[in-house]
Write a protein that binds this ligand. Structure first.
Ligand SMILES: NC(=O)c1ccc[n+]([C@@H]2O[C@H](COP(=O)([O-])OP(=O)(O)OC[C@H]3O[C@@H](n4cnc5c(N)ncnc54)[C@H](O)[C@@H]3O)[C@@H](O)[C@H]2O)c1
Length: 367
């Protein structure tokens, strides 16, 4: 892709046709967006490692089956031998590690899966990469990169002021955040101790097309469409910093190809919104698209809060902007409009993922 973000170069030069890219979690929301971008805008070979769990997009995987440069490795990182074999088969020059259990409510209900995937899974991947990297010829060893993708939730919760920076101390407060924090520490330690070339990113809340309908934005759209009540946790005042998923993918591509070794980059949209504001904005967009059902905000229902609900997350992205010239190309409003339109035009996809996962919008994570 030619854009001012990638300067004079484009993805075809940053990721060469001979290069092999392993994406873990490539059947999920962000990983899927990254895989599609790599296949569209580079000529590299993409190895998509995913356990194909409940949050995986099997519809998209079917479409990708036809592309020769894409190989699906249906592997659970919890199994070390399978992971070793998959990494040896992919023989990667770049690894983007996104595979993780990712929903806070599910982590409250069943933290064990989060330890298995996010902690043991990352450990198994690191061991497999270590053995792969040590055997590479020097030229490939030097250009090899592991990009570990993490979240701002590892930093804890902010009051009304302040931001998270790269050196903010870790203070995870949900089982999800604790397991992501553990995986960040493992990656850092494997880079420091064994010399694996790692770069890390911590990003704020993503949204966009193809997000599994258990996360706030698709939940609100889909509930409102069928006239069900739209749940708002607590008083609705909790604040998140929202980033359109394609902008996150831009940041990942820049961090993997141009990021400083051993460093981390905070990535955020500078778009802080309370949950209540997000929900009301979606209702307004639906009013303009389906005026017969307005006002959609009549469906909002305040429900009991998430246990241990963090109040506010906000990222300072100065470092990635200054060092890698990244910036978000979508405003929150523009990204949200295209997301709402995508869901309205892809209800068949929503039905299919609900059926294949067995999840139909029920509340999770109440103790
Ligand atoms: N969604 C966000 O707002 C956000 C923000 C910042 C960082 N992140 C991080 O980005 C990554 C991707 O998030 P997402 O929203 O796309 O999640 P997702 O739940 O949509 O997708 C995760 C994918 O990982 C796979 N996976 C989980 N455990 C696995 C295992 N043990 N072995 C193999 N595959 C496994 C799942 O099957 C799924 O396809 C995660 O690491 C998450 O912590 C997400």
């Amino acid at each position: 892709m030619k854009s001012d973000l990638f300067g004079e170069t484009d993805l075809k030069t940053l990721f060469q046709p001979s290069q092999r890219i392993l994406v873990t979690g490539g059947a999920g929301f962000i990983g899927g967006c990254l895989v599609r971008r790599l296949l569209k805008d580079s000529d590299a070979n993409v190895f998509n490692l995913d356990k194909c769990g409940y949050a995986s997009d099997l519809v998209n995987l079917k479409a990708l089956e036809k592309i020769q440069r894409h190989s699906l490795l249906k592997i659970d990182l919890f199994h070390s031998e399978d992971t070793n074999q998959a990494v040896a088969f992919a023989d990667p020059d770049f690894v983007f590690h996104l595979a993780a259990e990712s929903h806070v409510d599910r982590s409250i209900e069943g933290p064990g899966n989060f330890l298995n995937s996010n902690v043991i899974g990352t450990f198994n991947l690191l061991q497999a990469i270590r053995s792969h990297w040590e055997k590479l010829p020097t030229d490939r060893q030097e250009t090899f990169r592991l990009l570990h993708i993490s979240t701002d939730e590892v930093f804890g919760s902010l009051d009304d002021s302040g931001f998270f920076f790269e050196d903010t101390p870790y203070n995870p407060r949900s089982p999800y955040a604790a397991t992501k924090a553990a995986s960040d520490h493992l990656v850092k330690a494997w880079g420091h101790t064994y010399g694996i070339p790692v770069v890390m990113t911590n990003c704020s809340n993503n949204f966009g097309p193809w997000q599994f309908p258990e996360k706030l934005i698709p939940v609100v759209i889909l509930k409102a469409l069928v006239g069900e009540s739209i749940p708002l946790y607590g008083d609705g005042k909790n604040i998140r910093d929202w980033l359109f998923v394609e902008d996150h993918v831009d940041a990942l591509l820049l961090a993997a190809s141009k990021g400083s070794l051993g460093k981390k980059y905070c990535v955020g949209g500078n778009s802080e919104r309370s949950n209540e504001e997000v929900v009301r904005t979606i209702c307004d967009l639906l009013d303009s698209r389906i005026p017969d059902n307005k006002p959609h905000e009549r469906l909002i229902k305040y429900v009991s809060d998430r246990p241990g609900h963090d109040y506010r997350y906000a990222i300072d992205s100065t470092k990635i902007k200054e060092e890698l010239s990244w910036y978000p190309r979508n405003t929150f409003q523009k990204g949200l409009e295209s997301t709402v339109d995508w869901y309205l035009n892809n209800l068949a996809w929503c039905r299919e993922v609900s059926m294949s996962s067995g999840y139909y919008g029920e509340r999770l994570g109440i103790i």
